[in-house]
Design a protein around this ligand. Structure first.
Ligand SMILES: Cc1cc2nc3c(=O)[nH]c(=O)nc-3n(C[C@H](O)[C@H](O)[C@H](O)COP(=O)(O)OP(=O)(O)OC[C@H]3O[C@@H](n4cnc5c(N)ncnc54)[C@H](O)[C@@H]3O)c2cc1C
Length: 191
């Protein structure tokens, strides 16, 4: 899939896979960036200790590492010939900067190990549907008339994310806070 593409296309790509499961493959250079971002003090999502526990664990999250492509594929239960063919094709496309399989940009070719494979599944993060409100956060009925005294905020409103939340970080929580406050102030002014 093209990870830079619209979220709905990514969801559909996952759904087309067995068990809706994808595998993230990282060489050492990619892993170093992933790990540095993951463990950074502000905005990091795991600590070095947590990472070591995950690596040692047989349970989720599913992460395996090995020095060679064959070994890491075997650890992950993936066909290593298929993985090597994908790497070969990706690296052949690298000089042109576009992955011909998925029309996505390539920053650099896949290089040296150790290699990592992380299993990835879909998660719910945002609603793309819901109630419709006007600029005062009053919920509208089917005829687009405000329903007196009914306000909508945050995730229950469909409009804030549009059809695709990609490249709009923090719009979920920040809209929840601001719309909640604004709706209460509007209600106090009205009633
Ligand atoms: C895995 C994940 C990752 C996310 N990452 C990000 C991110 O990086 N950045 C970002 O901006 N947003 C992110 N979001 C989205 C963000 O968390 C939501 O948009 C935001 O929390 C919505 O806030 P809310 O107050 O509208 O709804 P919620 O946080 O869902 O609050 C609704 C509350 O109502 C309660 N409730 C439900 N029914 C009843 C009932 N009948 N009676 C009483 N209480 C009830 C629920 O228990 C809940 O506490 C993420 C969401 C998920 C799930």
């Amino acid at each position: 899939m093209n990870e830079m593409g619209p979220a709905p296309a990514q969801v559909n790509a996952y759904r087309s896979l067995p068990d809706s499961t994808a595998y993230l493959f990282l060489d050492k250079a990619s892993f170093d960036v992933f790990y540095a971002l993951g463990t950074r003090e502000v905005g990091g999502v795991f600590t070095p200790d947590t990472w070591e526990k995950w690596l040692a664990s047989e349970d989720l999250p599913f992460i395996v590492t090995a020095d060679t492509v064959d070994e890491v594929a075997s650890e992950a239960g993936i066909n290593s010939e298929g993985l090597k063919a994908t790497i070969e094709s990706y690296n052949a496309d690298a000089p042109a900067g576009i992955d011909s399989a998925f029309n996505r940009p390539i920053a650099s070719s896949i290089g040296e190990g150790p290699y990592y494979i992380i299993k990835m599944n879909l998660r719910y993060a945002h609603s793309y549907g819901g109630l419709i409100a006007n600029e005062n956060l009053e919920v509208l009925d089917w005829s687009e008339t405000p329903i007196p005294g009914l306000y909508g905020t945050g995730q229950m409103l469909c409009s804030i994310q549009g059809r695709d939340n990609i490249a709009k970080p923090s719009t979920g929580t920040s809209f929840a806070y601001t719309s909640g406050r604004r709706a209460v102030l509007n209600a106090l002014e009205t009633f």
